[in-house]
Design a protein around this ligand. Structure first.
Ligand SMILES: Cc1cc2nc3c(=O)[nH]c(=O)nc-3n(C[C@H](O)[C@H](O)[C@H](O)COP(=O)(O)O)c2cc1C
Length: 158
């Protein structure tokens, strides 16, 4: 996965190195500017059982800033924002791997370093009793819930 370089972003930025659960790393430039989730939008993606993106809709392309080609085949952590605590994703994976539905508020990192908040529902896709992948549907989150999530996530950061 490509880093987000200073040339990819506009305005003031801070640099971070993310470490993912598989030990891989990515350098990112973060711009503290939100792209509001548009009214009426629904962002949908599907992954295989390892979280590799297999499908994305047009809203996902628009909000993430990546092209369809850049998204398909990449791990979903391409959207990982350094302000998101690891604990949130641990609970996501424990829940969906046990065949249950998960929902939560997620701050996502765009290709241009800006961010967008979503209310995500992730469901396991079960075929013949076996989990074959996952689908995530994101809706516009309430501002009150985003403020609560921000405060909570701050307490979970190392
Ligand atoms: C269907 C699905 C959708 C996901 N959506 C996101 C997302 O929007 N943003 C995100 O940071 N992680 C998302 N994840 C979680 C990532 O797979 C990953 O766990 C997370 O970014 C943290 O990276 P890491 O687990 O590799 O350390 C999603 C996972 C699945 C299965």
């Amino acid at each position: 996965m490509k880093d987000i370089e200073p040339a990819d972003v506009e305005g003031d930025f801070r640099q971070h190195e993310l470490t993912f659960h598989d030990g891989s790393t990515r350098k990112v430039c973060v711009v503290d500017e939100e792209l509001p989730f548009p009214e009426g939008y629904l962002i949908v993606s599907r992954t295989d059982t390892r979280g590799i993106i297999t499908h994305a809709n047009k809203s996902f392309v628009a909000m993430s800033g990546y092209t369809m080609e850049e998204l398909i085949g990449e791990p979903h952590h391409i959207l990982r924002h350094p302000d998101m605590p690891k604990a949130g994703f641990q609970s996501l994976w424990e829940t969906i791997e046990s065949g249950k539905k998960w929902h939560g508020y997620v701050k996502n990192l765009r290709k241009d370093g800006r961010f967008y908040w979503v209310y995500a529902t992730v469901v396991p896709n079960v075929r013949h009793g076996k989990v074959v992948g996952y689908t995530s549907v994101r809706r516009r989150p309430s501002r009150k819930k985003v403020a609560e999530a921000e405060a909570l996530y701050r307490t979970l950061m190392p």
